[in-house]
Design a protein around this ligand. Structure first.
Ligand code: GLN
Length: 543
């Protein structure tokens, strides 16, 4: 039976619970255990799919098509275990499930209440779909004391009781340094644990984020006030790279404290060579490249979390540091001259996924700048659609080409597909559907053309990549574009959906309809990002 590790957060938000959990999972994995991670999110949205990236950061998509919290991206990047639909749930979905049952009459006329109905639904979710995993890490979003997370806290409290011996609680807190007093302060942690204990949860381990080392006597004090053994009060110091976290937590004894809390005495020593190699590559790069990311949500880089990490991974693969120049695409709409000033010196240009009209023309101009000036160009999802529009307008004699996403162009070379084939099934969408959950989501196969650049990059004839979009490049424009130098090098198996477009006569110009960044790992950099960073490196050697 799997053992459960519940991770809660206190004092302030943004302490990096997701990362902490992911790093711990990777340590358990390094000891030979099979792990699984999931997240309970207290907000009311049914999933983060309809949430503004400015507010919630990136929406992470799983193979099976769930739109989830970005923490699931950390989980995958640290463990390599693909997340599933069953690994992220929100208050909204829990209530939706319970209310549907109530309408169906499943509760036989009973009064439906937070305890036990909502808490039971949460417990069912937390424990569902577990196979032969040794450890299941469950992160609870939000901060202890939030009104909205209370049902989740109550549910895991109950589980702690029901799974006694097979469940532990880790609480992540902050030990702030007060510069004026020259002291680290433990009071916020004490209060946070007091709050947690008042709802019946006694943490087994405290993970204390701090910008300065926490002396042993202070850890003993925290332990005493919080009723936690001082060996289980672990300092989590700020580190330069997130990939340092597993090594740093191991050094502080986190995985030992976890094994100890479960009474496991026969664990293997962890093999951390993978992480040591990554850190060596991150801290001792042999060069650097500058890559422009021309997007729309650049003020909040969490909106492009997986993308940023995938670029870092591309750097790890090539032993170079990747400097990202974040550029708001709208600037190119107002001021054409800025194109050359902003993009003239970069070694590669990436236009990431996006939605809506704002900034689209700036992205089209960026694709044009990259194409004309032989600068490596990587267009992801919207970035591919924009590159296709650019090619149609400027090379294929279709000056008014556009996408039906924001208008009625002559012609719309990108438009809504209402029907396509997956395996032997036809999937249908109506343009009148709700906005939530109406996209092409999750992993779909793509055939790579013999002799194409992408076929060489992947080294495979068929790939599976994750999608999240409503619109498609219209296959009817394939011939038009292929005549002027493009190649539709990746297609859905039925040949009806363009998945990859490349320009064979360009140093590196690739547009993909899917999101390769979602599958990249520091220990297994995505081939496209590896190749793209390599192209940027080649470019840097030319200039
Ligand atoms: N807005 C585009 C679509 O829906 C692209 C989406 C994306 O880039 N993720 O097709």
């Amino acid at each position: 039976m799997a053992r459960f590790i519940f991770v809660t957060g206190g004092v302030v938000s943004s302490l990096g619970k997701g990362l902490a959990g992911a790093a711990l999972a990777s340590l358990l994995q390094a000891r030979g255990y099979k792990v699984r991670m999931r997240k309970l999110d207290p907000y009311i949205n049914v999933d983060p799919g309809t949430m503004n990236p400015y507010e919630h950061g990136e929406c992470y998509v799983t193979d099976d098509g769930a739109e989830t919290d970005l923490d699931l991206g950390h989980y995958e990047r640290f463990t390599g275990v693909a997340s599933k639909q069953t690994d992220n749930v929100t208050t909204g979905r829990i209530y939706q499930t319970v209310i549907r049952k109530e309408r169906r009459g499943d509760y036989l006329g009973g009064t439906v209440q937070v305890i036990p109905h909502i808490t039971n639904a949460i417990k069912d979710f937390a424990t569902a779909d577990i196979g032969d995993e040794d450890f299941v890490l469950v992160e609870i979003g939000g901060t202890v004391g939030d009104i909205e997370s209370l049902p989740f806290m109550e549910a895991i409290r109950q589980l702690g009781n029901e799974l006694r011996g097979d469940a532990i609680f880790i609480h992540l807190t902050l030990v702030p340094y007060i510069a004026a007093a020259g002291e680290l302060k433990t009071k916020p942690t004490q209060h946070s644990v007091k709050e947690l204990r008042s709802i019946g949860i006694q943490p087994d381990i405290l993970l204390c984020r701090s910008e300065k080392p926490i002396p042993v006597n202070l850890r003993a004090k925290i332990g005493q006030f919080c009723n936690v053994r001082s060996e289980a009060v672990i300092q989590a110091l700020d580190v330069k790279s997130i990939y340092q976290v597993p090594l740093s937590y191991h050094k502080e004894g986190l995985d030992n404290a976890v094994l100890d809390a479960f009474g496991i005495t026969d664990a293997k020593e962890p093999d951390l060579s993978k992480w040591e190699d990554i850190i060596d590559r991150v801290t001792n790069p042999e060069g650097e490249v500058n890559i422009a990311v021309v997007g729309k949500y650049i003020e909040l880089q969490d909106a492009y979390k997986s993308l940023t990490e995938a670029l870092v991974h591309g750097g790890i693969a090539n032993r170079v540091k990747v400097n990202i120049d974040w550029i708001e695409s709208e600037v190119f709409e107002k001021d054409m001259d800025s194109l050359a000033t902003r993009l003239g010196g970069v070694h590669a240009i990436l236009v990431p996924g996006g939605f809506g009209e704002r900034g689209a023309e700036g992205k089209i101009k960026s694709a044009n700048y990259a194409r004309v000036n032989n600068i490596p160009y990587f267009g992801i999802c919207y970035g591919m659609q924009m590159a296709v529009i650019e090619g149609c307008r400027n090379l294929a004699n279709l000056p008014n080409a556009g996408t039906s996403e924001f208008g009625n162009f002559d012609p719309n070379v990108v438009g809504i597909m209402t029907e396509w084939t997956k395996g032997n099934q036809t999937e249908k969408r109506s343009t009148a559907d709700d906005l939530g959950g109406t996209m092409r989501l999750g992993a779909y196969p793509c055939d790579l053309a013999e002799g194409s650049q992408v076929r060489e990059i992947y080294g495979e004839a068929q790939i599976q990549e994750r999608h999240r979009h409503r619109f498609e490049v219209n296959i009817a424009y394939r011939d038009v574009l292929e005549k002027v130098g493009y190649r539709f090098s990746g297609l859905s198996p039925h040949g009806d959906l363009p998945e990859i477009v490349e320009i064979p006569d360009h140093p590196w110009f690739i547009g993909v309809q899917f999101h390769p960044e979602l599958k990249s790992k520091p220990f297994d950099p995505h081939p496209l990002f590896k190749s793209f960073v390599k192209a940027a490196l080649d470019k840097s050697r030319l200039v």
